[in-house]
Write a protein that binds this ligand. Structure first.
Ligand code: GLU
Ligand code: MG
Length: 419
């Protein structure tokens, strides 16, 4: 005998979906009431323990399920994934500002005040265990074949979960694959990223495998990136592109991306938030090293993606800029939220893009450097209260301290066990 359980979770500061389950029979009431959590939950480290907390043992909050992110995916073995993603709110239903999903939603509201909305798509790389690694497998049809039913099951799971799978491919690294979900509006694009990670884990788990999203499995290995493609829209009109403008980026959208470049060191604290993230952001990995904008350059932090003139889609609809400094140790809501807040600042201050080919500053070289940049970025204080910002920095510094002087290969192993 079995009684279906439904889980309500939020993707937290550590980028992990945590929450609570309840009998499906109670869904109607739980949709209203949510599930209870404490304030300190947000400070659970990626490794498990609470190393530091601003809240102690006091207080109650609710994860309020979003009925639009209801996942019900049955698998052939008779089991199913049943969960909701939601917001962490106060018990009276009001916003709790430490909630990552709310952090993004507030940023998007500020962007809407500037008359713009954001459409984004997350492209995520991971390593699939259990696949035979053979020489010459990079991007090979044979590597696609050797992952068996994983990819097709993942595509079906994503579609059943209410999202649109865009692609699945064998990547460059050993046993490395990549899946992309089609672009979605604002918060839903980050929901899609969270669901894609969970569905990949869910499908892998059912065959005794793991989909490992950690940024690097070995310090000198191939990185797993999370690339975020973005375009700005004014109502139904795409407004990112102007073929005559530098980089092809319109005067309307340019300040947004200039803001992202200006705040990039601080943004790294959210998009590349693990110690291992910085083994990936090193030369010759097709990952960024500079806070730069490049046209069709996969080594750039921001890459103007190519246009395909033979596509039936108009150029203005296709045009997007890809943010490449993220990995899957990030919480998609915090990562995209930080990008949006930085873009909003760029728009407010009418920042200009650097001239094409200009020299760019280096990205932070470590999580400690990124956190110092976040601490020093005065503007980042307006994204969040001083308390929330300080708590996040303390939370991440505790993660660095917990690793102590562990060797880089063990650091990779620690994160690979988690993500
Ligand atoms: N694996 C690279 C990264 O870490 C990206 C390779 C690609 O361009 O797809 O970001
Ligand atoms: Mg890739």
């Amino acid at each position: 005998m079995k009684e279906p359980l439904v889980f309500v979770g939020a993707c937290d500061w550590a980028g992990i979906v945590r929450g609570k389950g309840f009998p499906e029979a109670d869904s109607a009431i739980r949709l209203k009431k949510g599930v209870g959590v404490t304030h300190t939950n947000i400070m659970m480290s990626c490794f498990g323990p609470i190393y530091t907390t601003s809240f102690g043992t006091a207080g109650d909050l609710i994860i309020r399920p979003d009925p639009k992110v209801r996942i019900e995916v049955p698998f052939e073995d008779g089991t199913a994934e049943r969960f909701y993603l939601g917001d962490i709110v106060n018990t009276d239903g009001s916003d709790w500002e430490y909630c990552p999903r709310t952090f993004l939603a507030r940023g998007l509201k500020a962007l809407a005040k500037a008359g713009l909305r954001l459409v984004a798509s997350f492209e995520q790389e991971f390593v699939l265990t259990g696949v035979e690694d053979r020489p010459g497998a990079t991007y090979a049809l044979d590597a696609l074949r050797r992952q068996g039913a994983f990819g097709e099951t993942l595509m079906a799971a994503l579609r059943t979960a209410g999202f649109t799978p865009d692609s699945f491919l064998p990547e460059y690294g050993p046993r490395q694959y990549e899946a992309t979900v089609a672009a979605e509006e604002g918060v839903r694009s980050a929901d899609a990223a969270v669901v894609m990670r969970e569905m990949a884990r869910a499908v892998a788990w059912r065959t005794g495998q793991r989909a490992i999203f950690a940024p690097m499995l070995a310090p000198d290995g191939i990185g797993n990136g999370t690339h975020i493609h973005m375009s700005l829209w004014d109502g139904d009109r795409p407004v990112t592109h102007d073929p005559a403008a530098p980089y092809g980026i319109s005067a309307r959208a340019a300040p947004f991306f200039a803001g992202v470049l200006a705040h990039l060191p601080a943004i790294c604290a959210f998009t590349a938030p693990s110690v291992a993230s910085y083994y990936r952001l090193t030369p010759n990995r097709w990952a960024p090293v500079y806070a730069n904008l490049g046209i069709q350059d996969r080594g750039a932090a921001l890459r103007v993606a190519p246009l395909f003139p033979t596509s039936p889609e108009p150029a203005a609809d296709q045009f997007n800029v890809e943010f490449r400094v993220a990995d899957a140790s990030s919480c998609p809501y915090l990562a995209l939220g930080a990008i949006v807040w930085a873009g909003v600042d760029g728009l407010a201050r009418k920042l200009a893009l650097p001239p094409v080919g200009a020299e760019a500053p280096l990205l932070p070289r470590s999580l400690a450097e990124a956190l110092a940049a976040l601490e020093a970025d005065e503007l980042a204080a307006s994204w969040w209260s001083a308390e929330a910002k300080a708590a996040y920095i303390t939370f991440k510094r505790a993660e660095i301290a917990a690793l102590g002087d562990v060797a880089p290969s063990d650091v990779c192993a620690r994160y690979a066990a988690v993500y």
